[in-house]
Write a new protein. Structure first.
Length: 111
């Protein structure tokens, strides 16, 4: 697994990241959020897996194809499921974020 790139606040103008193209920045769920309210025990092996769920914190302008801008389907604040191996890890002020292409988003979780 590649090591996460670390950016300081000075490099990002207070931890704001602006993705380019069809990229999405996702804040992954924390380990505490992986437990269930029903008391289901999550095995240790599952705890070591990469999370595939998170909250969208920033969205790029979209992908340009044949000179036309294709708008993004995901919005800031939505909870999404994404491909476990289709992202880059970045740390900003100690907080971990994932940068992924919109095509790596598998589903939007609605409640």
């Amino acid at each position: 697994m590649p090591k996460a790139e670390t950016l300081s606040s000075a490099q990002t103008n207070s931890p704001k990241l602006q993705p380019l193209g069809d990229r999405v920045i996702v804040k992954p769920v924390s380990k505490e959020e992986k437990t269930t309210s029903f008391g289901i025990i999550i095995p240790e092996s599952a705890d070591k897996e990469r999370p595939a769920k998170g909250t969208v914190v920033a969205v790029g302008p979209g992908k340009t194809e044949d000179g036309k801008l294709l708008t993004m389907n995901v919005k800031v604040g939505q909870e999404v499921l994404f491909s476990k191996y289709g992202y880059d890890e970045v740390k900003v002020d100690g907080q971990e974020y994932y940068i992924l292409s919109e095509s790596s988003v598998l589903a939007i979780i609605t409640k």
